[in-house]
Ligand binder design. Structure first.
Ligand SMILES: Cc1cc2nc3c(=O)[nH]c(=O)nc-3n(C[C@H](O)[C@H](O)[C@H](O)COP(=O)(O)OP(=O)(O)OC[C@H]3O[C@@H](n4cnc5c(N)ncnc54)[C@H](O)[C@@H]3O)c2cc1C
Length: 671
């Protein structure tokens, strides 16, 4: 969606909106950390994000890649910066094509800073001289596909400090096809508002978005203010100087000062705020919290569908997904990226290679082996594994191999039942309670347009030991309201929904649906055979990756390997959505035997051969053993915020690290 359309909507509803700028980090680890942070910041409810353009080499390519990932995997409306620095027309064409293919519909067209090694900006042969030339070029080539933003300077820019002339140049960019303006950072609301009035007088009528820099440390605040030569109201210095060596206090007072600036802008009719996050979340979050703009449980962000929508090319109409990937949005998007047909995609036809390769980036287990061992401990018995799951359900552990985020509030009503099941060794992977018509605005279950009602069937996905599966299947076969699928790693599928082949079975079972004014029924989440089998591959792959976090001859590796090789992944739908507790009674009296019996470790030869019949707690396992190609876990561990996503400046208390690099505060250019 175009940024100017989003701004018009915010204006119409008189609801302030905001956006976040990120820049491409310098290291691969920094990129992964930043993705995690962007994912979390999605929850702050930005109406769009933008990614800066780093001239030359890897950073330019990275900008395109990040735009694609943000847009399609994280569902963030993304604006790509594009500059004329060192860019011949052919390179501009390539970048625009990549943006187009990523589903991106917004470009911020800039001339760019000079490359690091040059003092003055020079046009590239076969390229453009001014941002206005780039704007015109994009408009001519792509018509109205892209909304095109341009840069504005309320207090002058690097190579021009005549404000009148700068407004004239800004007007030329708008006349060439620019549809919104984002400004250089500033700290003086009055100066900005006066400048906006002058722009309006000069006939610049498009939305003007103020660029705001939250305060992370005193040194960085001073450096940026000096670099941009922006006016800092004396009160700011008075408040910040005495505490300049206390980072936490600077952030706290800084947040109040920036929030005060924002409040003044909002009071004067500015509806949208743009934050230079410097790839950090906390300072921006503090400002938004202080303005009471972030979503809360009482006033959640609007959810068009129960799952996070991808905004990749051709995906905006997607409105059906299997429930299995609910906690793994990114891997679902990656595995279906080659589908050319949404909303219905290719489920239901088991002959189609519906789901992409498991080796696609983003599908394997996250985190380094060391970080994962720290997170999940070193289980020596099945009871240890069960305790880990209980701790996840109680909110004491943040993630499991199959759930990248903490347990959601939707599980609150099921929590006691889930804890109970897990403590008996029935390991729950995914669940949802039944809902018989909640308002679409409901803070936990709601999604979709206003004034509608949403429904869902009870769903439970659980890993079941071989000792219990037969009894459980017998119980489920006796219950007409239940549909189930159970499968082990070797592919032994048991279901009561047809023959399980994908042909002649009962087809997709809608497990969430919504009824909205003036619309057909929407049924965005389903359960069915083909996708369950694709999920099975991913599920066991993740479990095996978890096992491989431990030493090859360790007991922990053995415990997890045994479970992956012998246990069944079972999903259960209770089709009577009006019954509150239809599923849990099925498990009454069931418990995995000998859960706390110590298990033997693997010998070295075991670790490389899959042809031995393993034993579980002294008993022979029921299923055969299936080998999986060893794949290294992705090493993309998360770092805490202060050392996290590769920030362009060191986080040094009170030190002024100003140097030539700092000129590109936003990390625009390759080192
Ligand atoms: C919101 C924002 C985002 C930015 N993102 C990036 C980024 O991602 N990557 C990056 O490298 N840099 C970025 N920059 C920095 C920007 O590229 C520099 O400030 C650059 O020096 C000016 O770019 P511009 O697009 O404003 O250029 P222009 O508008 O083309 O102006 C460049 C200079 O040419 C002058 N000029 C314009 N038209 C004429 C004319 N007709 N005749 C004579 N002189 C003229 C202007 O007055 C100015 O001095 C960003 C700046 C802002 C405010």
């Amino acid at each position: 969606m175009h940024i100017s359309a989003k701004l018009a909507e915010a204006q119409r509803l008189q609801r302030p909106s905001y956006s976040f700028e990120f820049f491409p980090p310098k290291t691969a680890q920094g990129v992964q950390n930043l993705y995690d942070r962007m994912d979390r910041m999605h929850g702050f409810g930005p109406s769009f994000i933008d990614i800066t353009w780093g001239a030359g080499g890897r950073l330019a390519t990275l900008t395109c890649e990040m735009v694609k990932t943000a847009q399609s995997a994280y569902g963030l409306e993304t604006c790509m910066h594009l500059t004329c620095t060192d860019m011949q027309k052919s390179k501009i064409d390539e970048a625009l094509k990549e943006a187009y293919n990523a589903g991106c519909t917004n470009i911020l067209a800039l001339r760019g800073d000079p490359p690091r090694e040059k003092e003055k900006w020079e046009a590239t042969a076969g390229g453009f001289r001014y941002a206005k030339d780039l704007v015109k070029y994009i408009r001519d080539a792509y018509g109205n596909h892209f909304d095109i933003g341009v840069a504005g300077y309320p207090e002058g820019c690097d190579d021009q400090d005549d404000p009148e002339l700068l407004i004239e140049h800004l007007k030329q960019k708008i006349d060439a096809g620019g549809t919104f303006v984002i400004t250089q950072m500033f700290y003086d609301a009055d100066l900005f508002l006066e400048w906006v009035a002058k722009c309006r007088k000069a006939g610049i009528n498009v939305p003007i978005i103020p660029g705001l820099m939250p305060i992370h440390t005193h040194a960085a605040f001073m450096r940026r203010a000096n670099w941009t030569k922006c006016h800092v109201p004396p009160e700011w210095h008075r408040k910040l100087n005495p505490i300049k060596n206390d980072d936490a206090a600077v952030r706290e007072v800084g947040a109040q000062l920036v929030a005060g600036l924002c409040r003044k802008l909002l009071d004067n009719g500015i509806i949208h705020l743009h934050f230079y996050t410097m790839n950090l979340a906390q300072a921006t979050r503090m400002v938004l919290d202080s303005l009471a703009l972030t979503p809360t449980s009482d006033s959640p962000a609007s959810k068009p569908l129960p799952w996070r929508q991808s905004l990749g090319l051709n995906r905006r109409d997607e409105n059906v997904r299997p429930i299995f990937w609910r906690n793994r949005n990114r891997s679902y998007v990656a595995r279906t990226q080659d589908w050319d047909e949404f909303p219905n995609g290719r489920w239901g036809d088991s002959r189609s290679p519906a789901y992409g390769e498991l080796d696609t980036y983003g599908i394997g287990l996250k985190g380094t082996n060391e970080a994962n061992r720290k997170l999940w401990g070193e289980p020596k018995t099945l009871k240890d594994v069960a305790d880990l799951f209980v701790n996840y359900m109680s909110g004491k552990v943040e993630a499991l191999p199959w759930s990248e985020s903490p347990i959601s509030s939707e599980a609150d009503t099921l929590r006691d039942d889930l804890i109970n099941l897990n403590s008996r060794g029935l390991l729950t992977i995914n669940s949802q309670p039944p809902v018989d018509g909640a308002r679409s605005s409901h803070p936990v279950y709601g999604w979709g347009p206003r004034n509608g009602y949403v429904f869902q069937k009870a769903y439970l996905e659980v890993l079941v030991s071989p000792e219990l599966i037969t009894e459980l299947l017998t119980r489920m076969d006796r219950n007409e309201d239940i549909t189930y699928y159970a499968v082990n790693q070797a592919g032994d599928l048991k279901t009561n929904a047809g023959d399980g082949s994908g042909h002649g079975d009962e087809g997709p079972n809608a497990v969430t649906w919504g009824v909205f004014p003036g619309k057909e029924i929407v049924q965005p989440t389903i359960v069915e055979t083909v996708s369950f089998l694709a999920w099975r591959d991913e599920f066991f792959r993740l479990g095996n990756d978890w096992g491989r976090c431990y030493d090859a001859s360790s007991v922990s590796r053995y415990v997890i390997k045994e479970m992956m090789e012998t246990w069944y992944l079972l999903n259960i739908v209770h089709n009577d959505f009006r019954q509150q507790r239809g599923i849990f009674p099925l498990f009454e009296g069931l418990q995995v035997p000998d859960m706390d019996k110590p298990m033997m470790g693997l010998t070295n030869s075991d670790t490389h051969s899959n042809d031995k019949e393993p034993t579980v707690n002294g008993k022979h396992s029921v299923s055969n053993v299936n080998g999986h190609a060893e794949a290294e876990a992705l090493t993309n561990g998360e770092k805490p915020e202060t050392q996290g996503a590769d920030i362009s400046e060191p986080h040094v208390t009170g030190a002024d690290t100003s140097n030539k690099d700092d000129k590109t505060t936003n990390g625009y250019h390759d080192a």
